[in-house]
Design a binder for this molecule. Structure first.
Ligand SMILES: Cc1cc2nc3c(=O)[nH]c(=O)nc-3n(C[C@H](O)[C@H](O)[C@H](O)COP(=O)(O)OP(=O)(O)OC[C@H]3O[C@@H](n4cnc5c(N)ncnc54)[C@H](O)[C@@H]3O)c2cc1C
Length: 411
């Protein structure tokens, strides 16, 4: 059997190992925590996620993988459907189009501008930032009030720093196929709600990671790979680390390493607190201007969580990575008090990811094209959330597809 090495034991590397276990003698190398950004910390009676909070049930590969390894995901309860934005006061995000028009989340003129979307011509021949796309189609106010918090919540980024084509390819496709987002949504019978339901696991994401490892016939080796030359004994090597780590491992391939270093990462600090009766009850609150990007009310939507988590930094406030623990916690406490009025948390926990999430900047797709072309020339296989989708679901789907290509000898 051919020997195959996977560098990186996050969900991308681990799911790839699972899909290839019957066809290769697989070894997975991980320098830190199995699960990478999918890791659950247990502190007293609290479960705090260091990264991934959950995933939507609209990606069949993730649900199939759960079934294959024998783990049952849990659906977030009804509270998770209530989502809020803080714009000097907390406002609930209306999900139905009619409720949106009735709500005071935007001005009358801002809402009127949104309706013009039906008549705006599509732009399909050039790449746009999310800011350009949303402002062109839905107006400036929509971008400021809705897209700024949304980008912070999904990518820890901002609309001006994110490529629409790379970050939301499905929406771009709807615009080009149907001529307008609203026309497309009506044809596809989709409203404003996400197309799947939020899921996690009873004891957090690490429960899934542990089960996945248990059901994978591979060697799991705790070791940092500093140079690809260390793995000469292997027939195939797949790098499933963040791009900046891949750049270091591949330093001897100058051009490829330089291209990989061009993928920027946004920092995120996560502070866990618990307050007795913090409001509102719901999924959480996203912000528009604050250094805190959002407050996630974990305790109201999944069992065993007990606490809330505050996300800070991102592209809006990258300086977060230079603050010390005390400063970050102080900032988080102050923002929670300003946003919700809650004071004196019962517990405090912190995780700082100095390079948390890849930023899909303008030019991302072109850069990825160059990276994959160069990697192919050198016989190197890359995967992970830096390239073709940041979500947990994307990572599993991409690993599945890559595994099929590897089995067929197509990479
Ligand atoms: C704060 C935060 C919240 C998130 N929330 C969600 C969410 O709710 N839903 C969602 O869908 N997605 C979420 N994500 C996105 C999430 O990052 C991805 O879905 C996914 O977990 C990334 O997996 P990965 O395996 O590609 O990368 P990683 O999880 O980063 O794994 C890469 C692994 O490679 C290891 N490694 C690096 N260098 C080396 C080396 N030289 N040798 C050996 N090992 C190495 C690392 O230690 C790491 O374990 C979140 C991300 C963050 C940061």
């Amino acid at each position: 059997m051919q020997k195959l090495a996977i560098i990186g034991g996050g969900i991308s590397g681990l799911s790839l190992a699972f899909y290839l276990q019957n066809d290769f003698d697989v070894s997975v190398f991980e320098k830190d925590k199995w699960g990478g950004k999918a890791y659950t910390q247990k502190i007293e009676s609290y479960l705090f996620e260091e990264g991934v909070n959950g995933f939507l049930s609209n990606s069949p590969k993730t649900m199939e993988l759960c079934e294959e390894i024998g783990i049952k995901p849990i659906k977030a309860n009804e509270n998770s459907k209530k989502r809020f934005i803080y714009d000097n006061k907390i406002v609930e995000i209306p999900v139905k189009p009619f409720d949106f028009l009735k709500s005071d989340i935007m001005s009358f003129w801002g809402k009127l501008r949104i309706l013009k979307e039906f008549f705006i011509k599509p732009v399909c021949d050039k790449e746009e930032s999310v800011e350009e796309f949303a402002t062109r189609r839905l107006g400036k106010e929509f971008t400021e009030k809705m897209m700024v918090p949304m980008l912070a919540g999904i990518y820890a980024s901002t609309p001006s720093k994110t490529s629409m084509n790379a970050a939301f390819p499905k929406l771009k496709k709807i615009e080009c196929e149907y001529g307008s987002l609203f026309k497309g949504m009506i044809k596809l019978k989709r409203g404003g709600q996400p197309s799947g339901e939020l899921h996690s696991f009873e004891y957090g994401m690490s429960e899934f990671i542990n089960k996945l490892k248990e059901k994978t016939n591979a060697k799991f080796i705790k070791k940092e790979i500093r140079d690809i030359g260390e793995l000469k004994d292997f027939d195939k090597i797949i790098i499933a680390t963040p791009a900046f780590e891949a750049a270091k491992i591949l330093q001897k391939y100058n051009k490829l390493s330089n291209l990989l270093s061009k993928i920027d990462y946004n920092p995120v600090a996560i502070v866990g607190f618990d307050y007795d009766d913090i409001k509102p009850i719901g999924f959480g609150i996203l912000t528009i201007k604050e250094k805190t990007l959002g407050v996630l009310m974990d305790k109201y939507i999944f069992p065993n969580r007990n606490g809330i988590r505050v996300m800070l930094g991102g592209a809006r406030y990258p300086e977060i990575k230079d603050l010390n623990e005390e400063e970050i916690i102080k900032l988080a406490k102050k923002d929670v008090e300003k946003i919700t009025g809650a004071k004196n948390p019962k517990i405090t926990w912190l995780k700082l990811h100095k390079k948390a999430i890849p930023n899909y900047s303008l030019g991302h797709q072109k850069l990825i094209g160059q990276i994959f072309e160069e990697a192919k020339k050198e016989g190197i296989i890359l995967t992970g959330n830096a390239y073709k989708g940041v979500s947990f679901n994307d990572c599993i789907k991409n690993s599945y597809e890559l595994a099929q290509k590897i089995k067929e000898g197509n990479v």
